[in-house]
Design a protein. Structure first.
Length: 463
């Protein structure tokens, strides 16, 4: 253990001793969440690590998360300009990579107005429609439960279509539409290139000047994103110049096409991967759905309050497998001393969510068990839960915290509710014979999606 201090003798949070130049990077290249969890147990809920020349503090406790990111949100709401994500892929332009300045505040205001309130009410039919198509396609491609299928591209297309409709006013009409595979690959590649602690190139400036495969991938990704969506943006601008009424979110930000696709799709994938090994949980959900909704119509957004068990299943999937296991790091714009521990300006603050905060036995008993019952007395939507004064009662931290919290929580909740409640309503989900599902492995460098799998989606009836 090292005891760090700045020139004035201020103590920086303790943490592991790293290697010269690269710091703790080699310990985080494989399953970083396990190492970060191990260090949380060893060094406590606020510890520091160095990656190259960058100081990180890792937060593993809800109360500290609240004190730093929420109560001191005026200080802890900026972003580090990461070489790969901010400079190479986004060219500094996505809302998610912008530092806390006037430009970010302007984008955030627009995002908030588009993703909530009236706009959302006016667009619920989009999510409703896409979730219906999802169920129909799962039925069709699974040949009414007789053929195993991988739900991943279907869940991906459902999220992709929702985002394409909101942002560009278009959608894909089949799974075979070339944009589906292309957009899902780009989303996945973005996730895989931008793990918060996975890119040494981000933290060792010398590497940024040398040719390396990650920078090449990031450059290619930037070009592919511009090729895929740039034309649509230009077309939107042209239509606006001609005085047509068009969705104007696209003028502001392409980040929605990234953040809004793989994230929700990944929860649906984890849900599909988990359900086959929990027939008892499916049975309870089916009973609740049949009692409240019946067999003559699909569940709707309005049914959510009356289907606590289905909601609890969704929250439990989110607790166990939130797509951003280390959230999106924040940065503090001023020096700050927290309970005697000095956090110098420009420190990167990581919320160590899924493995440590979401598996804290004091908050979630028997934390490694998939147990929706733990949420049965939680009557909040996640968008409401993020506003609870007592953060120990918050359902989970999947959407981040403070001023940078995901602006699309309600959108994500609507999408997930409609997709998952309808999949449960329509199907019994079983493992395909001889194809066990591996819930330990995932695709990416810090969480996100399960490795590809196939399941049998057996219709509960054929209407
Ligand atoms: C399950 C689905 C989703 C999850 C788990 C998720 C999670 C997150 C997280 C953890 C952050 C960073 C929060 C922080 O810095 O504290 C974030 C930011 C963001 N999310 Fe989401 N998100 C989801 C869905 C969406 C959707 C559907 C959209 C678009 C419609 C979206 C758009 C954004 C944007 C634009 C930001 C950047 C906000 C900023 O930096 O000010 N997200 N999200």
């Amino acid at each position: 253990m090292r005891r760090l201090a700045d020139g004035k003798g201020n103590h920086i949070p303790n943490g592991p001793v790293g290697l010269p130049i690269i710091g703790s990077f080699p310990f985080l290249s494989h399953y970083p969440e396990l190492t970060l969890d191990y260090w949380a147990k060893k060094f406590g809920p606020l510890y520091s690590i160095w990656l190259g020349d960058q100081l990180f503090v890792v937060v593993s406790d809800p109360l500290i998360a609240k004190d730093l990111l929420i109560t001191n949100g005026n200080i802890f709401s900026s972003r580090k300009e990461m070489f790969i994500k901010s400079k190479t892929i986004f060219h500094g332009r996505g809302i998610t990579v912008m530092p806390n300045d006037a430009r970010w505040r302007r984008h955030r205001k627009i995002a908030n107005s588009f993703l909530n309130g009236q706009f959302l009410d006016d667009h619920t039919e989009i999510f409703d429609y896409e979730a219906k198509i999802l169920v129909r396609e799962l039925f069709r491609y699974g040949r009414a439960g007789t053929e195993p299928l991988n739900p991943q591209p279907h869940a991906g297309r459902c999220s992709l279509n929702a985002m394409l409709t909101i942002v560009f006013g278009i959608r894909t009409d089949t799974l075979e539409h070339p944009l589906v595979g292309h957009a899902l690959r780009l989303s996945r590649e973005f996730m895989n290139c931008t793990g918060p602690v996975s890119n040494l190139v981000d933290f060792v400036p010398l590497l940024q000047r040398l040719p390396n495969s990650l920078t090449n991938r990031a450059k290619k990704l930037h070009k592919d994103l511009v090729d895929a969506y740039g034309g649509m943006i230009n077309e939107i601008e042209e239509r606006m110049n001609n005085g047509q009424d068009v969705p104007s979110l696209s003028r502001e930000d392409l980040a929605f096409m990234i953040g809004g696709v793989e994230s929700t799709a990944s929860i649906v994938q984890w849900f599909s991967a988990i359900m086959p090994s929990h027939p008892d949980i499916q049975e309870k959900a089916h009973a609740e759905l049949d009692r409240v909704v019946g067999r003559n119509r699909l569940p709707t957004v309005d049914d959510e309050k009356d289907l606590p068990y289905v909601r609890a299943i969704i929250k439990e999937v989110e607790r166990c497998h939130n797509p951003f296991w280390l959230s999106t790091p924040h940065v503090n714009t001023e020096d700050y001393t927290y309970q005697g521990q000095f956090i110098p300006k420009d420190t990167v603050v990581i919320l160590n969510t899924v493995y440590t905060m979401h598996h804290n036995a004091e908050r979630y008993s028997d934390p490694f068990k998939f147990n929706p019952d733990r949420y049965l007395n939680d009557h909040t939507k996640s968008s409401e839960s993020t506003r609870l004064a007592n953060v120990m009662e918050r359902d989970h931290w999947m959407f981040g915290a403070g001023r940078r919290i995901c602006p699309a929580i309600t959108v994500a909740e609507h999408e997930l509710w409609l997709a998952i409640s309808r999949m449960l309503w329509a199907f019994k989900m079983e493992e395909a014979p001889g194809e066990p599902i591996d819930l330990k492995e995932y695709d990416g460098l810090s969480g996100r999606s399960p490795v590809p799998f196939r399941i049998q989606m057996i219709p509960r009836d054929h209407s």
